[in-house]
Design a protein around this ligand. Structure first.
Ligand code: HEC
Length: 210
């Protein structure tokens, strides 16, 4: 008899746990509906996830290419590589994901990476957050072009200082000279580790109402 009571108690306890977990999806669904009501036309969360994965993947591909060039041709080789291939690489990765991948900045090296009004607004917001020492989160929004865009901050890391730090200090003189011959209007120096260097702007081509 005791044994039966124990078993019954165990079943009641277990099913109570199950009920808890069963209720969770309902709450989740409620939350999802609320988000949907605020943004009826597209799923922010899904685009944010996709954008984060694409940005991370693009950075990885850039990094592995740069490391390969650096080991053979040193820093000058990397400058030349970036000059000749940065856009091509971003474009080909974009095609794989059906997006347009751009890196832009408030302090540009290559004028062709100029921010459009949507990116400019995001850059300005991030710069304000930087001033206030507040963290910067990725942003998803529909641009004036009708496409969904994913934006995320690009922070300067230690290894970037060799080409984006202070000329003569972190940037060797010879490298700065080479950068200046390739980019006479270069503004992308004087950064410190942790500074906002620029942003990712990933435009999703799968959804637009123009
Ligand atoms: C060997 C030199 C070198 C290093 C190291 C380097 N960059 Fe650059 N960076 C460049 C060059 C050259 C360009 C211009 C590429 C082009 O023509 O689009 C550039 C462009 C950029 C841009 C595009 C916006 C613009 O100003 O045109 C961003 C963003 C950027 N770099 C971030 C970084 C970050 C972050 C790191 C470190 C993880 C880094 N860079 C390391 C040379 C370098």
């Amino acid at each position: 008899m005791r044994k039966i009571l124990w078993i019954t108690a165990l079943i009641v306890t277990l099913s109570a746990c199950q009920n808890d977990t069963k209720q969770q999806p309902k709450e989740e669904a409620g939350k999802a509906q609320k988000t949907k009501a605020a943004t009826p036309d597209f799923d922010h969360k899904a685009y944010k996830m996709k954008g984060m994965i694409i940005a991370k993947n693009t950075f990885k591909v850039f990094k592995s290419n740069i490391q390969a060039v650096a080991s053979k041709e040193g820093l000058p080789g990397v400058v030349n590589f970036c000059h000749d291939n940065a856009k091509k690489l971003a474009d080909s990765l974009g095609k794989v994901h059906n997006v347009v991948i751009k890196r832009t900045s408030h302090k540009l090296r290559n004028g062709k990476n100029e921010p459009d009004p949507g990116s400019k607004a995001v850059l300005e917001d991030y710069l304000k957050l930087q001033e206030n020492h507040t963290s910067m989160e990725p942003v998803v929004k529909k641009g004036a072009d009708g496409y969904v865009h994913f934006y995320a901050p690009i922070k300067l890391k230690k290894e970037c200082l060799k080409c984006h730090g202070t000329p003569g200090k972190e940037i060797p003189e010879g490298i700065y000279k080479l950068i200046k011959t390739k980019y006479p209007n270069d503004e992308a120096t004087g950064f410190k580790e942790g500074d906002l260097r620029g942003i990712w702007d990933i435009k999703f081509l799968d959804m637009a109402d123009k």
